[in-house]
Design a protein around this ligand. Structure first.
Ligand SMILES: C[S@@+](CC[C@H](N)C(=O)[O-])C[C@H]1O[C@@H](n2cnc3c(N)ncnc32)[C@H](O)[C@@H]1O
Length: 260
């Protein structure tokens, strides 16, 4: 059972924040007395002055912009980004990121679409959505463009199947998926706790059909370049993957050529 608590010597504000999060997430709030192990929980969302951290048996989960930082720097230097190319992303576009995770891809997308664009990120696991929502709002990456991109992302705790079904047709220019890979590219120690808590439901053709209804221009799926998933989902156009172990399956929605 996961609980919500604070650092050892919380301010009144931290305690109120922890109580509010516990209420929002439907988890018990436990006042911190001594070590986390003493709380007798399998995992704990810990509210501190600086950040939210999920402590699990597999390690800690907290927000950081990850690869978004070097990717935005490369874009600033005029270098291409394979995800941005696969999306055909332009300033002013709207993007529905159906698998927000730590938000790195969403940050890069928000940077490219700019102030006139919109990025909504969906995350199925409530505690992960809460950690990333807080990080996107408060973390200072020390870079104006990155900070503004982070602040613009709208985080929604939802399963993308439910969310897509409730949207009117043509609601977003791009609908994007980066599901948990069946075989992780690298079993990095850093990602291990995330893999434990994340939603592992595989994408289905029904989800891609729902995304196609909602997308005005493209549906894009990130996967391992050697993955059978692209063929299984009917994504015949694959971008990238020659020099990288990652590739993007692209579904052009009818009429896209006319709009491009
Ligand atoms: C590989 S991570 C995404 C990483 C992200 N693209 C990034 O740049 O940080 C996949 C995330 O999608 C979430 N997820 C998986 N299935 C989902 C679903 N049906 N609805 C919403 N989120 C889902 C998982 O919980 C996980 O956090």
């Amino acid at each position: 059972m996961m609980v919500v608590t604070t650092s050892r010597h919380p301010t009144a504000q931290e305690e109120a924040h922890a109580r509010a999060l516990a209420e929002e997430l439907g988890l018990p709030y436990v006042a911190r007395r001594g070590s986390l192990a003493g709380l007798g929980a399998t995992a704990a969302l810990v509210v501190t002055r600086e950040r939210l951290v999920v402590h699990t048996a597999a390690g800690e989960i907290f927000f950081h912009p990850g690869m978004a930082r070097p990717r935005v720097r490369e874009l600033e230097r005029g270098k291409p980004d394979v995800m941005v190319e696969a999306m055909g992303l332009r300033p002013g576009d709207s993007v529905l990121d159906c698998t927000l995770g730590l938000g790195s891809d969403a940050i890069v997308a928000a940077y490219v679409v700019g102030e006139q664009g919109r990025v909504v990120g969906l995350e199925a696991v409530a505690v992960l959505a809460a950690v990333v929502r807080w990080g996107l709002k408060h973390y200072d990456p020390g870079h104006d463009g990155l900070r503004e991109a982070m602040r613009r992302i709208e985080v929604v705790h939802a399963d993308h199947n439910d969310y897509l079904a409730a949207l009117p047709p043509g609601s977003f220019d791009i609908v994007y998926f980066d599901p948990m890979f069946r075989e992780p590219v690298m079993e990095s120690a850093h990602m291990r706790p995330w893999r434990v808590l994340a939603c592992h439901r595989p994408l289905t053709r029904a989800t891609i059909a729902a995304a196609r209804r909602v997308a005005r221009r493209r549906v894009v799926v990130k996967e391992r370049s050697d993955s059978p998933v692209f063929a299984e989902l009917g994504l015949t156009r694959v971008v990238g993957g020659r020099k990288s172990r990652i590739a993007y399956g692209v579904l052009d929605v009818a009429g896209m050529e006319a709009q491009a």
